[in-house]
Every structure is written in C-alpha cells, then in structure tokens.
Write a protein that binds this ligand. Sequence first.
Ligand SMILES: *Cc1c(COP(=O)(O)O)cnc(C)c1O
Length: 336
Amino acid sequence: MSVVDPSKAAFGTALAPEMAVAQYRDGRWHPSSIVPVAPFEIHPAAHVFHYGSSCFEGFKAFRQPDGRVCAFRIDRHVERLRQSARILAIPEPDAEQVSSMILEVIRRGSSVTPERPGALYLRPVLFGTMANIGAASVPSAEATLIVLASPVWDYFAGGQRPLRILVEERNARCAAHLGMVKTGANYAAALGFTLAAKREHGVDQVLFCPEGSVQETGASNFLLIREGHILTRGLDSTFLHGVTRDSLLQIARDTGYRVEERLFDVGEMLDWVRTGEAALAGTAAVLSSVGTLIRDGQEHRVGDGEIGPVTRRLREALSAVQYGETPDGRGWRRAP
Ligand SMILES: *Cc1c(COP(=O)(O)O)cnc(C)c1O
C-alpha cells in the first residue's frame, strides 16, 4: 500500500501521510497524537486477533468551492462508531476526542484531497489490544483508535453501469444482533456468499433478504425509487443505519417525495422494479443504480435495465450538498 499515489489510485489504495492515534489503558483514553502512516507494533496475543474486538467508520470530507475541505455529517459517524464500540464491549472513546482526531487528520490531509468528483475518505478504526488469549469472555481492557485518511478519485472512473444483484433469501449477512454494528466480522460473514454469487451468477453484490424480507447488501443500504416516491426498510437492529440513506431520505422528503420506511418482501420489490428504479446507498458510491435482480436463477430487469433518471437526480442533489454547491440548511458540513 502506497502513501499518496499521485496517479488516480483505486478506492482505498492511497493513504494520506499522517494518521491520528489514541490509546485506552489504565481505565482511560490518553491524549491522541499525529504520527506518520507506517507499520506499528501490536502484541500477538492482542484481543482483536483472537476475539474479533474491532469496529470502524467510513465517510468523506469534500473540497468546497472556497477551497476548504469539509467533513460530511461527522457527528453521525462519530456516534455510530461509539455505538458499535458499546455493542461489542470495546472501550468507548469520547465523541469530542474522536471528532478532534478526525478534524486534525482532515486539516493535515487537505493538501492531498482531490477536487470533485474526488474526496478525502476517512477511516477511523478501533480495536482491542489487551494481550491475553484467555480473554474469550472478557472485554479488552486496552484499545487503540486510529484515524486514517485516503484520497479518493472518481469512484466511477470506468463509467457508471447498472449493477447486477443476487437476491439471497436463505442466508443472513451477519448475526442478527450485529446488524447495526460496523465491524469487520460482518464483512467476513458475508464474503463467502458474495464470492459464491459472483462466481455462479456473475453479479456485483448480494441483496440479503432473510425469510423473504428485503434488508441490505454486504456494504450498502437498498432503496426502491420512482418519481416522487421512495420505499426502503425502516430502521431496525438487523441492518446498518447508513448516513447516506438518511441524507437521501431527508433530501427527498424536503423536495416533496413520499418516503416510506417499512418492511417489504421480495415479491413487492419485484413488482416495484417492473416500472420503478432500485439503488444501493453508501458513502463510497453514494447511490448506484441496480439494473438487474436475480432470484432463483431468473433475471428481473429493473425498469429498462439502465441507470434510473430519478436515482441520478437524487444522487446529484446529495453530491451538491456534499461539495458545497447548495446551502447547508441542516448543518451537515463541518470545516476542520
Ligand atoms: C457502511 C455500511 C453501509 C453504508 O453506510 P453509510 O453511512 O451510508 O456509508 C451500509 N451497509 C453496511 C453493511 C455498511 O457497513
């Protein structure tokens, strides 16, 4: 992995040269410091290696027309990291400390932040470092929080194309009580199903619909969209509460859309997509059109199979707020 690749590296492969680090020991979080991005020492018996005590966040800071680089909805991401830590019994850092670490990393990463359509992707990661392989049913009494930054360029550099998605009704993405937790374990749990789906059906992603109830994909929320109307699963503990999802729903509501947040099943989804649109929502790709759904080996075209015009408009509306091209009436942008 290189540090700041000036060529337009693939998402996540380039890093800003500095990161923030803080440690929890002796019952408290110690002041953070800024250090060069480099390998560091960690005990082989660290809790995270054996008992999976880790969680992370992912979000972006965007270069504004005036040149500043502003974080998008940093407070929500800090709170979600703290929630993940609580649910996994990892020492929980103060919101204030996490925010100031992130803002300092943005300040220092500002010079390597690409212009639109690029951004500075922020990746806080928190993990248990207590050295004790007998601590299977004990929380880690020590932890480290790191904030990495990664300059990202155009996610759709190769051109945007509608996604192929497999509808998975038998297997779950993750353990039921970890749905709201942003943890590597959930990605590991979904990876085997996703790899099999790619191999067997040539799809991009898997849409998990346990017992027929539509949930989300391995790393994105799922939205059904048509002119003036959005349908998506209501918040519950089974899936990750995406900030992109929330932002799109607020923008849609404010522009007069009817936004339905409720349970719906695969049958209703297939009915919707005969004339409507479907898309995946998440920080990395913002909002990506789904062109085809595959269920039980049968392909269902979403609308005309191309990128949906309503999806495109919603995505543009959110990007405009993120890049500071429209007023920020909701306090979503934060200068470091
Ligand atoms: C991170 C993530 C999302 C998207 O969340 P955003 O806050 O919109 O980036 C959706 N689903 C899963 C499983 C995730 O890990």
